[in-house]
Ligand binder design. Structure first.
Ligand SMILES: Cc1ncc(C[n+]2csc(CCOP(=O)(O)OP(=O)(O)O)c2C)c(N)n1
Length: 557
């Protein structure tokens, strides 16, 4: 640490440290446990402090912000209940490999260990999910801790880092300065490694790329397309990463999310070489560790991921490269192609299946609007660079299946599958990308988990377009019930408010869609709205997902 001569309040030093790490926005719910930090932020005009309605919402906003910027997102919450409310975001940051800094107030140092009001040992509470938990008892170490926490959060695999701030420590005076960001290790594949990949490719008639989140940055999207075109590679997008590759491109092989039809997966499994690039290969993307098969894949596996701990952890790999996946793709794309004519047939067959699966076929359920029709209409009319947020639930199946995904879109969804991301994720996106349409798809369940953050949107002037699938059900769970416990509906029925009226009460626009004939006008009105708008789609439960219906489930299909 650099020691300065001037004394500075620890809370101000903390703000300097955040600034030094590029922080320009903090999402918070205030607490008396970190008043000095709030006070320090009062004068920090270059750091936007967004007051949220729930710490889960604040945490989700910080997480979404990190997904957008590629830098660590930051939230500040109070001790005890504030921190436990925020825990959903800490867990999701770990699941999604997103750098997240969580600042938590703490009881005064002298009271630590006495079971004081709202005291928690955060190292124990979050030790298993965070990349690190630092409780700062000596303000002289604060600047160093900030740098360490950011480095831990941002290094591979990225994740949450927790800084615990005893309230009296924040007011200590200390002779110190902010510490500059610590370097992040970054390895690149050398020519010899690219040669090894090319040697494997030379014998491959059916190479399949599984592309993951680590190629999501714009340069990664471009490099993915260039490498796929240069070497005739089929490209499948991993779970909730469809936006990284143009789904209309002839090399697009399909999407590896939930409920992908077995025939589609079987076709991809005919690959004679799998290149997993920037993907962690979790259970959803691998369709339950079947593509590639764990622990020994049916075909050689090349795994390219910056984190050496990921490679070989679950899968036997023919070649594991702990390198930057974007630079890898750029280097691969730059190499001359080997002519393997059979690859064209493989590409065409996979692409035809993927396209066929994406075609929307209208259905006419009697009990409400088919949510797929709303998604279809929006997909046709939204701007090509629209930001799409998905909460967790069945409504998302139409979005993943039918949206015309392009690399100009930005898809924000939680790989970890927590409900409640839809509204906060949209708030963060609208604040960060004010010129772009921000469309969020949410269920009636998820909407009332964190929907109170619509107040944050209105307060901050963020324009969100929220599309609620209001089917009076936690339908994802209902689908499981229909299949596993037919006729025994338990705990999944919901009675909802009029979401349009609810939206108006917040100062947003509200639109109701009760019939299919109303969809087009509603979609146009929502897209044209200047401020925030909630479209309450009275959706069908019969059309329970993009892949099945209640009737089919009851018929055992
Ligand atoms: C925070 C959280 N709680 C519970 C779940 C389990 N869960 C997954 S989907 C789902 C139902 C979602 O219902 P809704 O938002 O109405 O969307 P729908 O499935 O009806 O389209 C539930 C309860 C979860 N994923 N996250």
């Amino acid at each position: 640490m650099t020691l300065g001569t001037n004394q500075v309040r620890a809370a101000d030093l903390l703000v300097d440290g955040l600034r030094a790490h590029g922080v320009d926005r903090i999402f918070c719910v205030p607490g008396e446990s970190y008043l000095a930090l709030l006070d320090a932020l009062h004068d920090a005009r270059d750091v936007d402090l967004v007051a949220c309605r729930h710490e889960g919402g604040a945490g989700f906003m910080a997480l979404a912000d990190a997904k957008i910027t590629g830098r660590a997102g930051v939230c500040a919450v109070s001790r005890g209940p504030g921190a436990t409310n925020a825990s959903i975001a800490i867990h999701m940051a770990e699941q999604d490999a997103v750098p997240l800094i969580v600042l938590i107030g703490q009881v005064a140092r002298a009271d630590r260990g006495r079971g004081a009001f709202q005291e928690i040992d955060y190292a124990q509470a979050f030790g298993a999910i965070a990349k690190g938990v630092w409780e700062v008892h000596d303000a002289g170490q604060l600047a160093e801790v900030v740098a360490q926490a950011f480095q831990a959060a941002c290094s591979d695999t990225a994740g949450p880092a927790v800084i615990v701030l005893p309230e009296d420590m924040l007011s200590d005076m200390v002779a110190a300065e902010a510490v500059a960001p610590l370097p992040l290790a970054r390895a690149e594949a050398g020519p010899a490694e690219i040669d090894q990949v090319l040697a494997l490719l030379a014998n491959s008639e059916r190479p399949l790329v599984i592309a993951g989140g680590r190629v999501s940055e714009p340069a990664g999207r471009a490099a993915l397309q260039a490498a796929a075109e240069a070497h005739d590679l089929a490209v499948a997008a991993s779970f909730k990463r469809q936006d990284i590759f143009d789904n209309a491109h002839p090399n697009f092989a399909g999407y590896l999310g939930f409920k992908i039809p077995p025939t589609q997966v079987e076709a991809m499994a005919e690959a004679d070489l799998i290149l997993a690039i920037g993907a962690r290969l979790n259970d959803v993307s691998t369709q339950g560790y079947r593509l590639p098969r764990a622990p020994v894949p049916d075909q050689p596996l090349v795994h390219v991921h910056p984190d050496p701990a990921r490679i070989g952890a679950v899968y036997e790999t023919a070649l594991g490269l702990a390198v930057d996946p974007v630079a890898f793709l750029e280097a691969l794309a730059a190499r001359p192609a080997q002519a393997v004519p059979a690859r064209r047939d493989w590409l065409a067959a996979l692409n035809e299946r993927a396209r066929a699966l994406a075609v929307y076929t209208p259905v006419d359920p009697r009990d409400g609007v088919d949510f797929g029709a709303v998604v279809q209409a929006l997909g046709e009319k939204a701007e090509p660079d629209a930001v799409i947020i998905t909460d967790a639930g069945n409504f998302g199946s139409w979005v993943h299946r039918h949206w015309p995904w392009r690399p100009s879109n930005l898809l924000l969804g939680l790989i970890g599958g927590a409900m409640g991301f839809g509204v906060p994720g949209a708030v963060a996106a609208a604040l960060r990308l004010p010129g772009r349409q921000v469309l969020s798809f949410i269920g009636d369940g998820g909407m009332l988990m964190t929907g109170g953050e619509l107040a944050t949107a209105v307060q901050e002037g963020a324009a969100l377009k929220l599309f609620v699938s209001n089917n009076n059900s936690y339908a994802t769970i209902r689908l499981h019930q229909e299949r596993d416990y037919p006729g025994r509906v338990s705990g999944t029925r919901l009675a909802n408010p009029d979401f349009a009226a609810w939206a108006r009460a917040f100062g947003a626009e509200g639109i109701v869609v009760e019939r299919e004939a109303e969809i087009e006008a509603a979609v146009e009105a929502a897209l044209a709205a200047e401020g925030s708008v909630v479209v309450d789609v009275r959706s069908s439960l019969e059309a329970i997902s993009a892949y099945t219906t209640m009737a089919k489930l009851r018929g055992g299909r």
